[in-house]
Design a protein around this ligand. Structure first.
Ligand code: SF4
Length: 246
């Protein structure tokens, strides 16, 4: 190894040690946290940020892919109300994340549909590195009751990001595969302008909201009769970046 690499490693270790020492003493006499204007709650100190259990083997929450498909069909056929997705744990099962021959796998068993396995990473060391870089959870979301009410999959942390609004599932193309199954599910799902306004209004009121962008997608969003009005309305209510996936 070149001497400069050795020097880099030593410098990195010294900087990390210094940072951790300052953090350790800061816990006992911390300066008050700063509350930015886009949040009602203060920014978290790094030592206040929580983390989920990482590493492996570990148990995590997951979904049975077949239960999800069945639930979707029952909702679309009117057998079940869409509110079951919020009020019940449809298809939720526990999964094990394990290492096998240097790879990381998720294995799970559904009492109805049996055994499932999915590879998560081809290199366990690389995933270890990625997990170690996770800085911890961000500020708890607040003022978000109208947007983040998704049952057990509700988003709990963050500072605003890109809102994707699918204006329609119609498209002038027939790609195979299509990420949205546009034109292929046998029904048209298209938002009214009132739907679009409600989504944009609910999302722009959340805190924290460091920035809020919206991306209109589909299908082909420009086919929606409300596309132009939706773009104008998004700018009017304060989205600082309005994108279109066409
Ligand atoms: S929505 Fe996109 S991927 Fe799907 S058919 Fe249209 S262009 Fe193709």
């Amino acid at each position: 190894m070149r001497p400069v690499k050795h020097a880099e490693r030593v410098l990195t270790k010294v900087a990390a040690g210094l940072f951790n020492s300052i953090q350790f003493f800061n816990k006992y006499k911390p300066n008050p946290s700063f509350t930015p204007k886009w949040s009602d709650k203060p920014l978290l100190k790094s030592w206040q940020k929580s983390k989920p259990t990482l590493g492996w083997p570990r148990t995590t929450d997951s979904l049975c892919p077949n239960c999800v498909i069945e639930a979707r069909e029952e909702i679309l056929s009117g057998k079940r109300d869409v509110s079951v997705l919020v009020n019940e744990k449809i298809g939720e099962i526990k999964a094990q994340i394990i290492e096998r021959d240097g790879e990381i796998w998720m294995v799970k068993d559904c009492p109805t549909h049996g055994h499932f396995e999915d590879m998560m990473a081809i290199d366990s060391k690389f995933l270890t590195h990625i997990e170690a870089m996770f800085p911890g959870r961000d500020i708890p979301a607040h003022n978000d009751e109208k947007l983040h009410n998704h049952g057990s999959s509700t988003i709990k942390y963050g500072r605003g990001s890109v809102l994707t609004v699918d204006l329609t599932n119609r498209c002038n193309m027939m790609c195979d595969p299509c990420f949205m199954d546009a034109n292929q599910v046998g029904f048209v799902h298209e938002l009214s302008f009132d739907d679009v306004k409600e989504i944009l209004d609910n999302a722009i009121s959340i805190k924290p909201r460091r920035q809020m962008s919206v991306q209109f997608s589909g299908g082909e969003p420009t086919i929606s009769p409300h596309f132009i009005e939706a773009v104008k309305y998004a700018r009017k209510v304060g989205y600082n970046s309005v994108q279109c996936a066409t």
